[in-house]
Design a binder for this molecule. Structure first.
Ligand code: SF4
Ligand code: SF4
Length: 339
């Protein structure tokens, strides 16, 4: 359409038809492209009408929540290759989950029309709650189907109805009340740092680099040990950083299907980061890294995020030369605020 309108504008401007220069090919090509676009829109509309309208609305109900058009399209494009099954750790561990069968179950529900049973009846709760949300299936899928996204979507529907395992329910309650899923009081959050001269951010203070210890670093014994060593390394190298004594990022809540709680926690964290003008975050765990780097931007939180394993190379380069100064300059070269 743009090509065709552009052709007409140029023709009007120069008081001469464009094909005076380029021949009829230009106009014919623009018309063909326009017709192709119209055919694509009509084809997509017919597909969705056939899949959704023909099923008498049952598919929408079967999804527990709103079926998104790309979910319907994706289920139809599965090649049944089984690569998602091959890489699924839950399936390898003998859990009842087979990601390919989840996708094919959605397709079968679409194909069944008005008489097909609801999706909730064909995909068991055990299947939905067996997923570790590792994302390996998405990585392996040759046609880009968001397999685990559909599983999380089904969890959301179940959480809405209060249909979730007791352990998941407990985890969500703890995340909401104590801002961590480890069943520990929020006030104990900084106990791991006893004996360390921890640089805790003062109210309103600008933070040059935020070391995000996270729930695992704060409460898990192994995580605490790593966090304590990391603090000593950062201090030894003279890195200018602060910690906050934070709340959960909301990652476990989102994976469990409690989208509202995730957004609540994320909004509080983003507001707190704003008070401290946080731009750079060094995370303890890869889950927090993923959440800050890939999920907070959609909520307005944009940060430069690193996981502490990413410091290893500049650190090792410095230590290889047995020189603290070299290690510092290596860290400064990747933009870390070295004192
Ligand atoms: S995200 Fe879930 S379904 Fe996909 S590979 Fe991991 S455990 Fe299996
Ligand atoms: S990897 Fe993708 S295309 Fe292959 S079976 Fe799984 S969902 Fe279908």
């Amino acid at each position: 359409m743009i090509l065709f309108i552009g052709t007409c504008l140029v023709a009007a401007e120069h008081q001469t038809p464009l094909h005076f220069f380029y021949g009829d090919f230009y106009i014919i090509a623009s018309l063909v492209i326009d017709l192709g676009g119209v055919a694509l829109i009509v084809g997509l509309s017919m597909f969705l009408y056939r899949r959704v309208a023909r099923s008498d609305g049952r598919i929408l109900r079967a999804w527990w929540v709103v079926a998104l058009w790309h979910d319907l399209l994706q289920a139809d494009t599965c090649t049944t290759c089984g690569r998602c099954n091959e890489v699924c750790p839950a399936m390898s561990a003998g859990k009842p989950l087979q990601p390919r069968e989840v996708v094919l179950g959605i397709r079968a529900a679409m194909d069944g029309g008005a008489n097909s049973p609801p999706l909730s009846a064909t995909i068991d709760d055990d299947v939905v709650w067996s997923c570790t949300t590792c994302g390996a299936c998405n990585e392996a899928c040759p046609v880009g189907i968001d397999v685990f996204g559909k599983i999380v979507e089904m969890r959301r529907g179940r959480v809405e109805l209060g249909n979730l395992p007791a352990i998941a329910q407990r985890l969500l309650e703890l995340s909401a009340a104590e801002f961590n899923p480890f069943d520990r009081p929020h006030n104990d959050r900084l106990l791991w740092s006893t004996g360390l001269d921890l640089p805790i951010a003062r109210e309103g203070e600008t933070i040059p680099l935020l070391y995000w210890v996270g729930c695992a670093g704060s409460f898990d014994p192994d995580g605490q040990s790593v966090a304590r060593h990391m603090i000593r390394i950062l201090m030894h190298l003279g890195i200018d950083f602060r910690v906050l004594g934070e709340r959960c990022t909301g990652d476990p809540a989102r994976r469990m299907g409690e989208e509202g709680l995730f957004r609540e926690l994320a909004a509080e964290n983003i507001a707190q980061f704003g008070e401290h003008s946080v731009e750079r975050i060094l995370t303890h765990c890869p889950h927090c890294f993923n959440t800050f780097a890939n999920e907070y931007p959609e909520l307005g939180g944009h940060y430069q995020v690193e996981q502490h394993g990413m410091l290893r190379r500049p650190l090792m380069e410095g230590l290889y030369h047995w020189e603290l100064g070299v290690a510092r300059s290596c860290l400064a070269s990747v933009g870390l605020p070295v004192r």
